[in-house]
Design a protein around this ligand. Structure first.
Ligand code: OXD
Ligand code: MN
Length: 612
């Protein structure tokens, strides 16, 4: 058995409540060794991980890791929010009683670290000194060194973030035990994996995975689920799966901040890392704050809505990241950045990595290349076209490696939010952008956000898989209460942000081509949105929001036909009426949906009827 007190003394971990917690779990898990980690341990831990073959070199100052082949993604069906109050049950949060989950997880974790090291990772999910920092401290206990290395990249890590808390008890207790991955019955009726947030006890207990989305507990479990619950419980803030960017106008010297949610595979990371199109680059600069999480609150002094990215890094999907889609991401994982790649294809002879969409064709010379499971590509049967990299393969890198990181990303104050945008992946109906200035209509729009089902078999043709605010997998409490809280937090701002819905993915019904070129050009509708908020343009009112006129969009240098432009700036009233029916069913599932949201729904429906 380890000596937790000695390990904590040596590391200068003084918070008495943290010490109690570490002692408790050292005893439960039976860990042989305890190691308290800070960011300064990174180089040593990297060396140890290389020596143990948990990592392999991917060029100078970059690393490669491979996970167990069934452990490559978040598992939504195994993810549970537990509390002591059955009223917290929602449609999406997979609620269970805390009294059932806590003992179950303790029993799974009991004795699980005999012969192993328990790493103690104190972290902060906020810029230091931020107004929400009291909800941002946590201590992850994990048995996996590569999880520690990811946490050091994704969160601020060190004992200084928990030693001097105003309330020494106000940290999230986040316990991660990987378990014997081969024996967990992935996807069978006897699945042993449990990813539980006991939200009203501020305790996260994750058993059965070392994949980032399940194992980096600061990120999704604390940064989203626990953060959302705390924000509601305290009535102070929102924790959202949003990207956050700044747009700087070099001519006027002003900077605008936009945050927003996009369901998976709708281009959120690419948007967050966007460069301005060449024609606008002299005037505008886009800066990156974050690609995945924003916490939002009203700043008391200015009365404005503020936002910050609680994370310290990017855990991005590698697939389709290339010079066109996201050159910024490629530079953020250059040699020397300390980036870690997971489940991409790897060539141990040349130390190169590759993933689908990195280049149009895979490397022509397959010598030495291994697919994400470690199988040589050269041994494949002719005609085997299975991907070299896992579709959810990832890169992990810290924020300051991102070339256009905002200069004030670490500022305690956070930044004022000018606009909140939602964007799905929709092949028809949704115009390029529609702006909404009414709060309830904006929140209603977020609640009815969705993405097209990927395969027709998954749903009715033309019907979305709804993903309210892109938070469906992270909802911590009931959706009606969530809507109420969203209205209250944002509604308390003296100057409301403008809302908008964007869609980069409309297609031609005949030949399927994308009507809008996307990527860097996406800055143009966002600039229009800012101009609209400032009263510099008026747009055209439609039943579902204000859309730009052709002349208002800065279109110099854009490759688009007049017909395609016409389509993405118009509203298909019949398709929208069909959508209203789907929305009604979607919203009706949720208890306690505020009347303001239903009124917004009826207003939009009536405006569409009047249009017909
Ligand atoms: C996610 C992620 O799974 O950000 O959404 O990794
Ligand atoms: Mn995400």
């Amino acid at each position: 058995m380890a000596d937790p007190d000695k390990a904590m003394d040596d590391a200068g971990l003084t918070n008495p409540r943290v010490r109690d917690y570490v002692r408790h779990w050292a005893e439960v898990t039976g860990a042989d060794r305890i190691e308290v980690v800070s960011a300064a341990d990174d180089a040593r831990l990297i060396e140890e991980a290389l020596a143990a073959k948990e990592l392999e070199p991917a060029g100078i100052g970059r690393y490669y890791s491979r996970s167990y082949h069934k452990d490559t993604a978040r598992s939504e069906e195994r993810t549970i929010v537990a509390t002591n109050n059955p009223k917290d049950k929602g449609v999406y949060n997979n609620w269970r009683p805390a009294s059932e989950m806590r003992p179950l997880l303790e029993s799974k974790m009991r004795g699980a670290l005999v012969g192993k090291t328990m790493y103690v990772v104190p972290y902060l999910m906020a810029p230091p000194g931020n107004e929400l920092a009291p909800w941002a401290a946590g201590v992850e206990l994990t048995d996996t060194r590569t999880v520690v290395l990811h946490m050091i990249r994704m969160a601020r890590v060190g004992v200084e973030f928990v030693n001097d808390l105003d309330d020494p008890d106000s940290f999230v207790r986040a316990v991660h035990v990987t378990g014997e991955l081969e024996l967990l019955g992935h996807g069978t009726p006897d699945d042993q994996r449990y990813f539980v947030t006991v939200a009203d006890e501020r305790t996260i207990l994750h058993f059965g995975s070392s994949y980032g989305g399940n194992a980096l507990l600061g990120k999704i479990a604390h940064g989203l689920r626990q953060g959302a619950y705390d924000g509601w419980d305290s009535r102070r803030f929102l924790a959202e799966q949003y990207m956050l960017i700044g747009i700087h106008d070099k001519e006027t010297g002003e900077t605008y901040h936009i945050c927003g949610g996009f369901p998976s595979a709708s281009g959120k990371t690419n948007l967050a890392m966007m460069l301005p199109p060449d024609a606008l680059g002299d005037r505008y600069h886009v800066s990156f704050y974050g690609d995945d999480i924003a916490w939002l609150w009203v700043d008391e002094e200015s009365g404005r809505l503020y936002g910050m990215n609680p994370e310290y890094g990017v855990f991005g999907v590698a697939k389709d990241t290339n010079e066109t889609t996201n050159p910024t991401a490629l530079h953020s994982v250059d040699e020397g950045t300390g980036a870690i790649f997971t489940n991409v294809a790897y060539n141990p002879q040349t130390q190169e990595v590759w993933w689908e969409g990195r280049t149009p064709e895979p490397p022509a010379d397959v010598t030495g290349w291994l697919d994400w499971m470690g199988a040589p590509i050269a041994d494949r049967e002719p005609g085997d076209t299975s991907p070299w990299a896992h579709p959810n393969s990832r890169f992990t890198t810290t924020l300051d490696n991102v070339p256009n990181i905002a200069p004030d990303y670490n500022a305690a104050s956070g930044v004022p939010i000018d606009a909140i945008i939602f964007g799905g992946r929709t092949r028809d109906r949704e115009p390029l952008i529609r702006a909404i200035s009414d709060l309830a209509e904006g929140v209603y729009d977020g609640l009815t956000l969705g993405a097209e089902a990927t395969f027709a078999a998954e749903g009715v043709e033309g019907q979305l898989r709804y993903d309210p605010m892109s938070n469906r997998p992270f909802m911590a409490y009931g959706e009606g209460d969530y809507a109420r809280h969203y209205l209250d937090v944002v509604g308390a701002a003296k100057e409301l942000p403008i809302f908008a819905h964007v869609n980069w993915f409309q297609r031609d019904p005949e030949d399927g081509h994308f009507l809008w070129p996307g990527y860097r050009e996406n800055l143009r509708p966002l600039l229009w949105l800012i101009q609209l908020k400032k009263g510099e343009v008026t747009g055209r009112q439609t039943p579902v929001g204000i859309i730009p006129t052709k002349d208002e969009l800065l279109l110099d240098g854009v490759d688009i036909t007049p017909e395609d432009l016409e389509t993405i700036l118009s509203i298909d009233v019949d398709r929208w009426k069909q959508e209203i029916g789907f929305r009604e069913e979607h919203l009706a599932q949720f208890e306690r949906m505020p009347e303001e949201i239903w009124e917004a729904h009826r207003r939009v429906a009536a405006a569409l009827d009047a249009e017909a």
